[in-house]
Design a protein around this ligand. Structure first.
Ligand code: IPM
Ligand code: MN
Length: 331
């Protein structure tokens, strides 16, 4: 079967790392039809479009999307992030953002083997709130956190299923229930209810601030972590940093119900400061491509790619040299 894969390079180093990821997918011998989309800062500056309906419609018909990064200093913050990235997550119902962290080459990272299940369609990202009396001394800005029982439950269930499939079978809920008395309460109740159906999964709970300490000082205590959208955003940058650098942090925005394509992207941003220098590490995008292949049922190619990336401990080579070396190893 030939997969139809959307390619959204996006901004900054996005197109550079996506090119390497697809080079590796090619080398792994996976048959696919690439469908390129001209989306991101350049498109917006040219014709004011961020994610036109026609593009969204075309994306809905695909099997998966590989995305680089979005955001450029030439465009006000939020325009592309909300209009493209978050719109894709919401419109395609990509309710799980899966972010694995496995020890990198440094001995500092020994013992890291965890995966964060970040809720990806709700929380403060949903955009509830607004301004009152904007521009006056009495200005008010509110930004609510939206948490639906359905949204929390489907994410928590996904995390329990994932924990059940892993060797350690351990799941930690991370939240801030000591302060967030409404959303925290809902998350904790749903977590406890679902836990009663998974006797084989051991559970734990950490407040998000404490989790930040453990992520750095004792990451080995985590197996699967489930958390809300904003905590997950912050924790996964930290996860990347403790697991050998954000250059290896991959992610999968999943629609587990498969009612549309899932979107695979590195955790890192567009890094406009290093565009064109060859300094961008393509490994996060390449691992994201392996996650995509796994989701598409191409387990053999995905395993070969993962193994090749594990052996790739090069820190001095350029973006394309790293891609070439990995591509050679997966053939
Ligand atoms: C991420 C990014 C996005 C997020 C931004 C670019 C909107 O930081 O994927 O982690 O906050 O989710
Ligand atoms: Mn982030």
């Amino acid at each position: 079967m030939t997969h139809r894969i959307g390619i959204i390079g996006g901004d900054g180093i996005g197109p550079e790392v996506v090119a390497e990821a697809m080079k590796v997918v090619d080398a792994a011998g996976v048959a696919y039809t690439p469908v390129a989309f001209d989306l991101g800062g350049a498109r917006y500056l040219r014709d004011g479009e961020v994610l036109p309906d026609a593009d969204l419609k075309a994306i809905r018909g695909l099997d998966a999307v590989m995305l680089g990064a979005v955001g450029t200093p030439d465009v006000a913050p939020g325009v592309l992030e909300r209009g493209l990235l978050l719109k894709l997550r919401f419109e395609l119902d990509l309710y799980v953002n899966l972010r694995p962290f496995v020890a990198g080459p440094s001995p500092l990272n020994d013992g890291v083997d965890m995966i964060v299940v970040r809720e990806n369609t709700e929380g403060v990202y949903a955009g509830e709130g607004g301004f009152l009396r904007k521009g006056t001394p009495h200005e008010i800005a509110t930004q609510g956190s939206t948490n639906t029982r359905m949204g929390v439950e489907r994410c928590v269930r996904f995390a329990f299923e994932l924990a059940r499939s892993r060797t350690r079978k351990h799941l930690t809920l991370v939240h801030k229930t000591n302060v967030l008395q409404f959303s925290g309460d809902l998350w904790q109740r749903v977590f406890d209810e679902v836990a009663s159906e998974y006797d084989d999964v051991e559970t734990g709970y950490h407040h998000v601030d404490a989790a930040c300490i453990y992520f750095v000082q004792d990451p080995g205590r985590y197996d699967v972590v489930v958390t809300d959208n904003l905590f997950g955003d912050i924790l996964t940058d930290l996860g990347g940093a403790v697991a050998g650098g954000i250059g290896r942090a991959a992610s999968a925005n999943l629609n587990p119900a498969r009612t549309g394509p899932s979107v695979f992207e590195p955790v890192h941003g567009s890094a406009p400061d290093i565009v064109g220098t060859g300094k961008a590490d393509p490994r996060a995008a390449i691992i994201s491509a392996a996650m995509m292949l796994e989701f598409l049922g191409e387990d053999d190619a995905a395993t070969r790619i993962r193994e090749a990336v594990e052996k790739s401990d090069d820190v001095t080579s350029s973006t394309s040299e790293i891609g070439d070396a990995i591509a050679e190893r997966v053939q």
